[in-house]
Design a protein around this ligand. Structure first.
Ligand SMILES: C[S@@+](CC[C@H](N)C(=O)[O-])C[C@H]1O[C@@H](n2cnc3c(N)ncnc32)[C@H](O)[C@@H]1O
Length: 427
């Protein structure tokens, strides 16, 4: 009987490669100690899927015949354990994979013998297996969607030639960053220069679980924190966070503009309920409204001095955290771009004179940010770019006088998530 960790990994791989679905953030929550093995195994299978499949193919009797997903999943898992997880014994890597192959939902019983034979042979020289897999081209692990996201990230910086280097960087499991909410930072967390409140985990330090549970701080990517470290000295008394759950940025806005009245909108009922609860726990005062932001704004006369539109997006900038991203369906982009435009139109209409609007997406794709910015430039003469970030947060062509109104840090000189954003002010 395979261990629960391996069964969870096999389910997650079926979800991604069978359904084009995402791996939920909490997929491994009931695995306890075994979560470490499961995370490493799933991460490696997703990150090296192309090479693993390419290694198997020539070893099949009829390489051009389609291989059932169950066989591909089980072989990828077995080979990954043998090649890159030295703590797993030969016996566990081979036998548990053979057991999985016999599982009606996760494997493919007629290929149990094939799985056994291939893995047993590979187990005879694990170092050679790792070397063979590592020598295959890294490009095999990239889908066309991933290739496009990488090019989009590098294009504004005239750095397309650095695609391999960027891909290599994104294959490293991400390190979490934190935002201090109150009190002192616990031992093991170091302040990030230039981003107030941003903390990073010192090499070898343990994860600050109890500090997070006591609401001393939150996990928040450094790109999100740098985005909200905008320079703005006009009075801010009414804030709108138009797409607010899970509330990380609402929290940061409340810290930055103490005393301002915050309205936080969220369309999904469950996420809105959780947002309300989270903000309460953190002691953040905000009016949480469950509504479609565009509809709510269109039916409302309220105006705001500061609007954050952290829009729903493809998530192409989160490749490092979500190694399944390259393999998702990606058929949703036109709908998302339309929704972003609708939200942006509604939000800009509610920006008070003298106010600031920040639009952001965790995506590198131009249709989710650059094209909205260009459209706004032509469509809205009452709005002007607001240079609220240091030049290093933009590309060379965006920066004027050491500042920029376009947030798109160089993906190789900046190690946060891939974020794009822009800031406009209303005259
Ligand atoms: C990128 S996330 C926001 C993350 C959040 N700002 C934070 O930092 O924690 C986008 C959120 O917008 C919500 N959303 C999607 N469409 C929306 C709409 N039409 N109106 C309001 N919220 C929407 C999603 O459910 C999701 O929670």
């Amino acid at each position: 009987m395979p261990t629960p960790a391996r069964i969870h990994v096999a389910h997650a791989l079926h979800e991604v490669f069978g359904e084009g679905g995402r791996v939920p953030d909490i997929w491994d929550r009931d695995l306890g100690e075994d979560a470490h093995l499961a995370q490493a195994l799933l991460g490696l299978c997703l990150r090296r899927w192309g090479r693993l499949q390419a290694w198997v193919k020539p070893k099949l009797k009829d390489p051009d015949r389609g291989v059932p997903l169950g066989t591909r999943v089980v072989l990828a898992m077995g080979l990954t354990q043998l090649a890159w997880l030295p703590g797993v014994s030969d016996h566990a890597a081979v036998n548990e994979s053979v057991d999985l192959a016999a599982n009606r939902d996760l494997g493919f019983l007629p290929h149990k013998g094939l799985v056994n034979a291939l893995l047993r042979r590979a187990a005879k020289d694990r170092a050679a297996l790792a070397a063979e897999l590592d020598a295959l081209p890294a490009a095999l692990d990239r889908s066309p969607a991933a290739e496009r996201a990488l090019l989009a990230a590098l294009t504004p910086h005239h750095a397309k030639a650095e695609l391999e280097a960027l891909w290599t960087r994104l294959q490293q499991p991400p390190r979490p960053d934190f935002r201090l909410l109150r009190g002192e930072a616990p031992e093991g967390l170091l302040a990030e220069a230039g981003i107030p409140g941003c903390l990073c985990l010192q090499e070898g330090a343990s994860f600050p679980r109890s500090w997070l549970e006591s609401s001393g701080g939150i996990v928040q990517d450094r790109s999100s924190q740098a985005l909200l470290a905008y320079a703005w000295d006009r009075p801010v008394t009414r804030i709108l966070d138009a797409c607010a759950a899970p509330g990380g940025k609402t929290t940061t806005l409340a810290l930055r503009h103490a005393g301002a009245a915050i309205t936080a909108l969220e369309v999904q009922p469950k996420r809105a309920a959780r947002l309300r609860q989270t903000l309460e726990q953190r002691g953040v005062e905000a009016r949480v409204i469950q509504a479609d932001a565009a509809e709510w704004l269109e039916g409302n006369e309220a105006t705001f001095d500061l609007i954050l539109l952290d829009a729903p997006c493809s998530g192409s900038g989160t490749l490092q955290k979500h190694p399944e991203w390259p393999w998702l369906k990606h058929d949703d982009l036109p709908r998302l771009a339309g929704l972003q435009r609708r939200l942006l139109t509604a939000a800009t209409n509610r920006l008070a004179p003298g106010g600031l609007l920040i639009y952001a997406v965790c995506s590198w794709l131009p249709e989710e940010c650059v094209s909205h910015r260009e459209w706004l430039e032509h469509a809205r003469r009452d709005l002007r770019p607001a240079e609220v970030w240091p030049a290093a947060m933009g590309s060379a062509q965006d920066a004027a006088g050491g500042v920029t109104a376009f947030f798109r840090p160089h993906p190789l000189r900046w190690t946060g998530e891939g974020f794009q954003g822009f800031a406009v002010r209303r005259d």
